[in-house]
Design a protein around this ligand. Structure first.
Ligand code: HEC
Length: 123
């Protein structure tokens, strides 16, 4: 059920983005591109397990731990946007760019980040 919520959040977020693209009056091609950025069958949970879990399950090298409310509440104080930026670009020379999911689009990385936050904090 939680996973469905993440997927729904993802869909809702892309909806918001699309809405802003449409108000800006830009082309339809751009909207199609946005929708295509989360590939069909993309599973944030599986990607988390494959790419992020190695560090974020155990808290290796000080990584905020999956399911640890304190760890993630502290990070979330910076704002989701900042956390997404750290996920995409890497952080502090320890957290690797894209969390080592080199095939992930930015939207997919956002879905994985949302999965972590939803699972840990329920938000
Ligand atoms: C090689 C280990 C490693 C992998 C793989 C990894 N991380 Fe991290 N991550 C870290 C470490 C270590 C930190 C804490 C760095 C620090 O605070 O100095 C971190 C921090 C973060 C932060 C907080 C950044 C901030 O601005 O405070 C986010 C968000 C994050 N990781 C998301 C992810 C996601 C999503 C994935 C998988 C797609 C992932 N990480 C994969 C090691 C990893």
């Amino acid at each position: 059920m939680k996973l469905m919520n993440v997927v729904k959040t993802g869909v809702a977020l892309s909806g918001l983005f699309l809405a802003s693209v449409m108000t800006a009056g830009t082309a339809t091609a751009e909207q199609t591109l946005t929708l295509a950025q989360i590939s069909e069958g993309f599973d944030p949970q599986r990607t988390y397990t494959q790419s992020c879990g190695a560090c974020h399950n155990s808290g290796a090298a000080g990584a905020p731990r999956m399911g640890n409310v304190e760890d993630w509440t502290a990070r979330l104080e910076k704002g989701r946007d900042v956390l997404l930026e750290s996920t995409i670009n890497g952080y502090n020379n320890i957290m690797p760019p894209k969390g080592m999911c080199f095939t992930c689009s930015n939207d997919e990385l956002e879905a994985v980040l949302n999965y972590i936050l939803t699972t840990t904090l329920g938000e």
